[in-house]
Ligand binder design. Structure first.
Ligand SMILES: Nc1ncnc2c1ncn2[C@@H]1O[C@H](COP(=O)(O)OP(=O)(O)OP(=O)(O)O)[C@@H](O)[C@H]1O
Ligand SMILES: O=C(O)c1ccc[n+]([C@@H]2O[C@H](COP(=O)([O-])O)[C@@H](O)[C@H]2O)c1
Length: 217
């Protein structure tokens, strides 16, 4: 059987080291063959990002270049419609077949919001879900909305080997290096003309400076 493939969607406005460590540590902790980064085109659930989808995609390319286990999927950026994860997963299923193990990677904050996602329960038929710890967002039943806590309790597997066993349907959690970095924080620093260095890769910061992005967050 092939190795599970990680799928990492995000607004990445901009991509930072919290994202990069999440993807890197998911490979190690979950035994993934690689991670496919999927920048959201038109995020359906939040205000329109300040920079274009093409610019966020370019920054993800810069951040992930040189890691052979990372690939970038531009399909949501190229689509004209809002990016619903369930649609992306349906497309990937058609592309990769029914047997490939797919693992949707989400931080604990994004996971807690899952019941607000379009056709959220269908996601479990299409992929496993791996939830990373994030500072300030506990991953425990008591802190989740009730309907999600029920799915979590029913699907939770303690051992990441469950991701190998089938193509979809399990939920696992994993502890990553805790980095209290957010794109919001990066945007605020840049808008105030303060240094965001070492919160994100220099290549991404160079791109931001060349294109004069995030001057008025
Ligand atoms: N520091 C972090 N630690 C763990 N997970 C993170 C971290 N930053 C982002 N993530 C996860 O990465 C995914 C994409 O996040 P996103 O692009 O919204 O970044 P963000 O920093 O949360 O952005 P913003 O501050 O604009 O909301 C989500 O699943 C989110 O939970
Ligand atoms: O499909 C949905 O309805 C949906 C609602 C909210 C978020 N998502 C996805 O969740 C991922 C993380 O979102 P964000 O806002 O934390 O960048 C990103 O890939 C979004 O497209 C998806």
């Amino acid at each position: 059987m092939s190795e599970p493939l990680g799928l990492f969607g995000g607004t990445f406005d901009p991509v930072h080291y919290g994202h990069l460590r999440l993807a890197e540590e998911a490979i190690a902790h979950l035994g993934l063959g690689g991670v496919r980064w999927i920048p959201a085109g038109q995020p359906p659930h939040r205000e329109a990002p300040q920079v274009t989808a093409a610019q966020r995609l370019a920054m993800v390319h810069r951040a992930t270049a040189g890691n052979p286990r990372f690939s970038v999927d531009a399909s949501e950026v190229e689509a004209s419609a809002p990016s619903y994860t369930v649609h992306t997963l349906e497309r990937l299923r058609r592309e990769l077949g029914d047997r490939q193990q797919l693992v949707l990677l989400v931080g604990a904050d994004a996971f807690a919001g899952l019941p607000g996602w379009h056709r959220w329960r269908d996601i479990f038929a299409l992929a496993h879900v791996a939830v990373s710890h994030r500072p300030g967002f506990p991953v425990e039943t008591a802190s989740l909305p009730l309907e999600l806590a029920d799915e979590f309790n029913a699907r939770r597997q303690a051992d990441a080997s469950a991701l190998q066993a089938g193509p979809a349907g399990a939920i696992v959690t994993f502890a990553m290096t805790q980095l209290a970095i957010s794109a919001t924080q990066v945007r605020k620093l840049l808008a105030n003309d303060l240094s965001a260095r070492y919160l994100l890769p220099d290549d991404v910061l160079d791109y931001i400076q060349i294109h004069s992005l995030y001057r008025n967050a």
